[in-house]
Design a protein around this ligand. Sequence first.
Ligand SMILES: Cc1cc2nc3c(=O)[nH]c(=O)nc-3n(C[C@H](O)[C@H](O)[C@H](O)COP(=O)(O)O)c2cc1C
Length: 161
Amino acid sequence: MTQKRQYRSLRDAFGQFATGVTVVTALDNKKTPIGLTANSFASVSLEPALVSWCVDKSSTRFEEFSKADYFSISVLTEKQEHLSNLFASRSWDDTVFEDVPWYEGHHGVPQLPDCMARFHCKTEHVYEGGDHLIIVGAVEDYDCDPQTPLLFFHGQYKQVK
Ligand SMILES: Cc1cc2nc3c(=O)[nH]c(=O)nc-3n(C[C@H](O)[C@H](O)[C@H](O)COP(=O)(O)O)c2cc1C
């Protein structure tokens, strides 16, 4: 099997695991809002409260996210596919936040309204994870507004049925 086919096949296997969709937000070193769609979010620990997500080292936003002291993770609802697409757009452009309503939350981290859960985190650990970096955050605060989630499965958005 060629390396390219191997990646395709492994990606397909990883894609059999259905996830929710989140947007991770933070401030860069100039205090400019940044955001990235991520389905690598995971709850890690209740005591202490910890969550994790993984950032791709090839992302245009990699440096900023790997150095951010604080970040928020917003869990998207079925009505927020447009936000997922917007924050997944290639080559980060600061104007993305001009296209969506947002407000400043804890430590000035940008927040997206109407999400079903938000975790406000302080970066606690950063681990090497191959072509990604694993970022573990201590949950300083959170809010929760249960709704129907946006799902991601086999490379496509899905609805809960
Ligand atoms: C549903 C979905 C989940 C994603 N999950 C992650 C993720 O967990 N980590 C990550 O670094 N990128 C993830 N991405 C990719 C980024 O959102 C974004 O598309 C990519 O980083 C764009 O390239 P750029 O950052 O170089 O501009 C995901 C994209 C989608 C659509």
